[in-house]
Design a protein around this ligand. Structure first.
Ligand code: ADP
Length: 444
């Protein structure tokens, strides 16, 4: 074969391959026509409106001027306003919120106003009551999400409102049951504890060593049960606002010093040091010592029930002792012009960061070797939070695992002048000014 034949064959092969490639059917790219798009959009719109109409929760779309643009039938049912009436009205005339004391929400607490002011994240509010068109108040749970454009500017907000009347009724029934049950059970448990204490008392009974060990264990468990019932009762009362409280003007420095002396024994028993510190402040007062010298000592006045605050500090101190093997516990007092801050610091096991957000919830206990061996109810910190909130305060914790924890309590501070006037009134048993005139707003 000469070279020209090779060339002919080669060219022929290339032509055949090209022919095959060109004739193979490629999958057609779907190129939607205009009528398809319109149909799809209609479908999507229909689906959205079916969902919005079927949802029981109220869904309200508010534009950045605060005008209602969308109002589903769920919102109509909850608020009592018809879709036609509500649309194009300012949200403030439809979503009227009050707190549990029937006081209108201040703009700084209004979750919708807050989202427009600071549109970072969804805001939830589970404490509001909504005033309906017929002036009925219904408990609601709300979540407000911001709508942001690509420059992260707010263009509107979506409010989801749920009527939680049923849930609140059930919650109330549960709380009442717990309250009654724990109240009824406390009495027999106290009697058992009393008899066990008598059986363990050498002057009253004679028991052998083995029986003593069993009785001691039974006594400890009964004490634990008694504490559980007591805590259950207190938390049930805190939930439905029946926690008794008789607040008085209290100077925290003297109060805590006295309390520390009472608590010292428990720390000593475990070989832990107890320190009491009063921090400095710009707002200080001069006081006379018994020797007549002038001592500069900051006075931190607050308006609290001293027995309730004792419960809080004792609980935090007991925890510090329970969860600390060695080192010291410091109870401290500091603050500024507006706030009195108490802290309880320990050198104990610490609290893992993932547990910290849940720590003040009911029954929450950190699951580690320390808590598995140390008894507790998981109600103590919940009760502490409820009590501190009674006085418009705040409680939180900072902790380093393995190094220790510090619990902080911020309370609204009362100036020395206001405290003196108030104390005079208390002494003269005159009608005391409402608390709100003395205290600053809830500390955040
Ligand atoms: P408990 O009765 O279990 O102590 P609390 O509500 O008082 O209940 O505390 C909840 C949990 O918080 C405890 O179980 C413990 O895990 C953790 N905790 C509280 N105080 C401290 C502390 N000072 N150090 C370490 N962990 C603590």
């Amino acid at each position: 074969m000469n070279i020209s034949l090779y060339i002919y064959f080669g060219l022929g092969a290339i032509i055949v391959i090209l022919f095959i490639l060109l004739t193979i059917k490629r999958p057609k790219k779907s190129t939607p026509n205009n009528s398809n798009i319109a149909e799809n959009l209609r479908d999507e719109k229909q689906k959205s409106s079916i969902i919005l109409n079927a949802i029981e929760d109220g869904v309200i779309l508010i534009d950045k001027e605060g005008t209602i643009q969308l109002f589903n039938p769920g919102a109509e049912k909850i608020t009592g306003w018809s879709v036609e009436d509500a649309r194009n009205l300012s949200y403030q005339s439809i979503i009227k919120l009050v707190n549990d004391k029937n006081e209108p929400y201040e703009p700084e607490n209004d979750p919708i106003a807050r989202i427009f002011k600071n549109p970072v994240d969804t805001i939830r509010d589970n404490n509001a009551f909504l005033v309906t068109k017929n002036s009925k108040q219904i408990p609601v749970s709300m979540s407000i999400s911001p709508l942001l454009d690509k420059n992260k500017q707010i263009t509107g907000a979506v409010a989801i409102i749920r009527d939680v009347t049923e849930e609140r009724i059930e919650e109330k029934q549960r709380t009442e049951f717990i309250s009654t049950a724990s109240h009824e059970m406390r009495t027999p448990v106290a009697a058992i504890e009393g008899y066990l204490a008598l059986a363990l008392n050498d002057k009253v009974s004679t028991v052998d060593t083995r029986a003593r060990q069993y009785l001691e264990k039974a006594h400890d468990s009964t004490q634990h049960l008694g504490k559980l019932f007591q805590d259950l009762l207190t938390s049930a009362k805190a939930e439905d606002g029946r926690l008794t409280s008789h607040p008085l003007i209290t100077e925290l420095g003297d109060y805590l010093e006295q309390l520390c002396n009472d608590l010292r024994f428990a720390a000593d028993k475990k070989g832990l040091a107890l320190e009491f510190n009063i921090g400095s402040s710009q707002n200080i007062d001069a006081t006379q010592t018994s020797a007549g010298q002038k001592v500069i000592k900051p006075l931190y006045y607050v308006f609290v029930d001293q027995d309730r605050m004792r419960e809080v500090i004792t609980n935090l101190f007991d925890n510090a002792v329970k969860y600390t093997e060695q080192g010291k516990i410091t109870i401290g007092l500091t603050g500024d012009q507006h706030v009195a801050q108490i802290y309880i610091k320990d050198t104990g096991v610490g609290i893992p960061s993932e547990d910290i957000p849940h720590l003040f919830q009911k029954f929450y206990r950190v699951d580690n070797s320390a808590t598995r061996t140390i008894g507790g109810t998981g109600l103590g910190l919940y009760i502490c939070r409820k009590i501190v909130e009674l006085y418009q305060g705040r409680i939180w914790v900072e902790s380093d695992t393995g190094k220790g924890s510090t619990f902080f309590i911020n309370l609204p501070r009362i100036s020395s002048e206001a405290a003196t006037i108030q104390k005079r009134q208390e002494a003269a048993n005159i009608n005391i000014n409402p608390i709100t005139s003395l205290t600053t707003p809830m500390i955040q």
